[in-house]
Design a protein around this ligand. Structure first.
Ligand code: NAD
Length: 496
């Protein structure tokens, strides 16, 4: 081991050893950091299973929050969310409470030392971390139908897209690929895509492309070498980053950062691996890679490269933990602590097969400023009223609704699970007990066979509900229909 100078100042961080294999891999990681002369001013916090079972329903105590608010940076081992008691994921709670909007997950092929079908692969997933279907707003609305709200905001999308381009620039990446499904979700994914196109123009030095998430996932799994930086919303990012981790060879290798404007959290991408916990055989590399990303965040690029190069050399030397051990290339099967010692022995050495790592920028913190926009003119032009009705006859329902509503608003159409079933629905469309009734202004006229939208009042939205309730309908919710600067801000029914 060749010594290196200590970090310029102690890293002031909170450490959470977590559950399952967490304490084992955290001890190994801290041992490597210490041997590399990384000074740490740490506050240890207890979060996860023990906190949950001690009655903290969120899995974290007030003291732990205080420490986090003071230190602002967390190095966290995986935690176990106890099953079956309705506990919310602590990871999601921490990310959202601290505004950690960007989840950065690199996935790299270490072929031929780690078994993978892909010799060349070096992908960084930048996943939006706070919104989308993970907003956690779900409802059962009728006996038969449940819903989950997918929230995609302009500020949330701008921040993550800008972060992806800034990341690409800072880390000398060439291309950013945006993953969306805006052929189906034209408003939510459409917004994400349009913001991507808008912001990409500010980065002419970086190639920008967009792909539909389904075919893109298949291509990523098949030809990861064609991809560089990926940016996407929360759910797609969660799924695709597991694909990239898996095809790179092992979930035990990758680290991840969760970055906000003020706070940051670094971790492994894998979970607490209860199946091997306590055996001392887990691979600490994922958490070590999280810690290396943390060093870069603190501006300790040289130290980060010093450890990463020793780690690469360890892998090249065939010093492998059980999860990546392979008779044809591995030289020694090491346990967690022996693996840490093998990395420590190689501190100061560089890889011979892989390219030596040089993190070329000491300033790797990416701060994204919020963009101001002039508000657009919003006008109310209709309302969707959702009702629960067990009678599956759309035609009969439509006729009775026209009658019940005509004094207040005009019934434009009825859909069931998004498909138009009235007027002129098809007998073959299966209907559930969940109906969406679209109401527009009483005075709306048809232009070229379609009703044009006219303004309605908030009072009319209330009146139509009272009218329907009085007529015996079971109203379950409403969604107002707006235009923004005259542009329709809602989707049409399929077949409308
Ligand atoms: P997991 O990632 O813990 O394990 C999946 C498989 O990979 C297991 O076979 C495990 O042995 C293996 N594995 C994972 N990490 C390894 C390592 N470092 N070395 C060697 N093998 C490794 O996923 P899971 O089993 O679905 O989840 C277990 C628990 O972890 C659950 O309670 C889950 O909620 C939690 N979890 C936590 C986090 C986090 O804290 N960030 C992330 C994912 C899952």
């Amino acid at each position: 081991m060749k010594e290196s100078a200590s970090t310029t100042k102690p890293l002031s961080i909170v450490i959470a050893k977590g559950d399952g294999i967490g304490p084992e891999i955290m001890d190994a990681t801290l041992k490597i950091l210490e041997a590399a002369n990384v000074q740490i001013d740490a506050t240890h916090i207890e979060i996860g299973e023990k906190a949950f079972l001690a009655g903290n329903t969120s899995g974290i105590t007030e003291d732990a929050w205080d420490a986090i608010h003071q230190k602002k940076v967390i190095l966290k081992a995986p935690i176990t969310t106890p099953q079956g008691k309705g506990y919310k994921s602590l990871n999601v709670t921490i990310r959202k409470s601290l505004g950690l909007f960007a989840n950065v997950r690199p996935a790299v092929s270490y072929h031929p030392y780690v078994k993978t079908n892909h010799e060349v692969m070096d992908i960084v997933m930048i996943r939006e971390n706070e919104e989308d279907l993970y907003a956690g707003i779900e409802h059962q609305q009728t006996d038969e139908v449940t819903q989950c709200l997918k929230l995609i905001s302009r500020p949330g999308t701008e921040k993550i897209v800008r972060y992806a381009f800034e990341y690409a620039r800072k880390f000398n990446r060439k291309k950013v690929t945006c993953l969306v499904k805006d052929n189906i979700m034209k408003i939510t994914d459409g917004l994400f895509h349009s913001i991507f196109k808008e912001i990409s123009k500010e980065y002419p030095d970086i190639e920008a492309e967009s792909q539909i998430i389904d075919i893109a996932s298949a291509r990523i799994a098949n030809r990861p070498q064609d991809y560089d930086v990926l940016v996407t919303s929360n759910l797609y990012g969660d799924i695709v980053s597991d694909i990239t981790a898996e095809i790179s060879g092992s979930v035990g290798l990758a680290g991840s950062s969760n970055i906000g404007q003020e706070y940051a959290m670094f971790e492994a991408i894998h979970g607490s691996a209860p199946d091997i916990a306590g055996k001392g055989i887990a691979n600490p590399s994922g958490l070590l890679h999280g810690a290396i990303q943390m060093l870069q965040y603190f501006g300790e690029a040289e130290k980060a490269a010093y450890i990463q190069n020793a780690w690469l050399r360890t892998i090249e030397d065939g010093m492998h933990t059980g999860d990546i051990y392979n008779d044809s290339i591995s030289k020694k099967k090491l346990n967690t602590s022996e693996f840490a010692d093998a990395v420590i022995e190689r501190l100061g050495q560089n890889p011979e097969h892989f390219a030596k790592i040089e993190f070329n920028s000491d300033d790797t913190r990416i701060v994204i400023k919020d963009t101001e926009h002039a508000p657009r003119k919003k006008e109310l032009v209709g309302v969707d009223v959702f009702i629960d009705d067990k009678n599956r006859d759309a035609e009969a329902l439509g006729n009775s609704l026209v009658d019940a509503s005509k004094e207040v608003l005009k019934l434009k159409m009825i859909t069931n699970r998004g498909v138009k079933v009235y007027p002129g629905g098809m007998k073959s469309t299966f209907c559930t007990d969940h109906w969406r009734l679209r109401f527009i202004s009483k005075s709306a006229e048809k232009v070229n066979g379609q009703y044009e939208y006219k303004n309605i009042t908030a009072q009319e939205v209330i009146d139509i509900q009272s009218q329907l309730v009085k007529s015996g309908f079971d109203v379950i919710k409403t969604e107002n229909l707006y235009t923004f600067d005259g542009k329709i801000g809602f989707s049409l029914g399929q077949g409308e």
